[in-house]
Design a binder for this molecule. Sequence first.
Ligand SMILES: Cc1cc2nc3c(=O)[nH]c(=O)nc-3n(C[C@H](O)[C@H](O)[C@H](O)COP(=O)(O)O)c2cc1C
Length: 194
Amino acid sequence: MKYLIISGNPKKDGLCDSIMQEVIRGAKEGGAEVSVLSTQDIPRCHICGEGWGSCISSHICAFGNDGFTEAQKQVASADAYCIITPVYWGEVSESLKAFIDRLRRCEATKQWSREAGAVKSAFAGKQALLVASPGGSGNGALSCLQQMERFCQHTGAAIFDHIGINRWNHNYKAKAAYEAAKAMAAGRTVGTTV
Ligand SMILES: Cc1cc2nc3c(=O)[nH]c(=O)nc-3n(C[C@H](O)[C@H](O)[C@H](O)COP(=O)(O)O)c2cc1C
């Protein structure tokens, strides 16, 4: 199984990166092939026309040759996801927000068609682990996770878990991140009782 980490973290070291390493370790341990998609260099949506562009009809961004379409394909080819971000202003990082905003225009809109044989969202029926790491104050994890949850609701991803990690709970939440990724990679489905 292919496990993709969609990361809004601009930092190489630090709290958020240390958690991502645990997710990578867990997913590998569970048998997955793991890759990381950094959202750092992907530009934001151009907001075509009066709000919608080709995203609503062809589900491809008209400006996708800036790296977005390649990233969209990488997302589609994965079987399960971890979406991870530092908490900025109680929200996901700006780069992650820009990426998921753009991605949901292309993926959520696939679900609106009632035609038989219509294409499905890349996320439909796939699991996502949501991880938010607040820093200084420790505030904002809930609102940040809620933002990511909304993205999953729009695109049809099944949420495996919401994990908020700060400086005080790092030692035990890092274990939770590792275990969650391992369980997902090993094929535990949402709702399975263990
Ligand atoms: C622009 C900006 C806004 C931030 N806003 C918050 C915040 O709302 N709450 C919080 O606890 N930490 C906040 N932080 C701190 C980050 O969440 C912190 O960097 C994060 O825990 C990740 O840790 P790391 O940078 O060591 O990876 C902010 C940092 C930046 C750069």
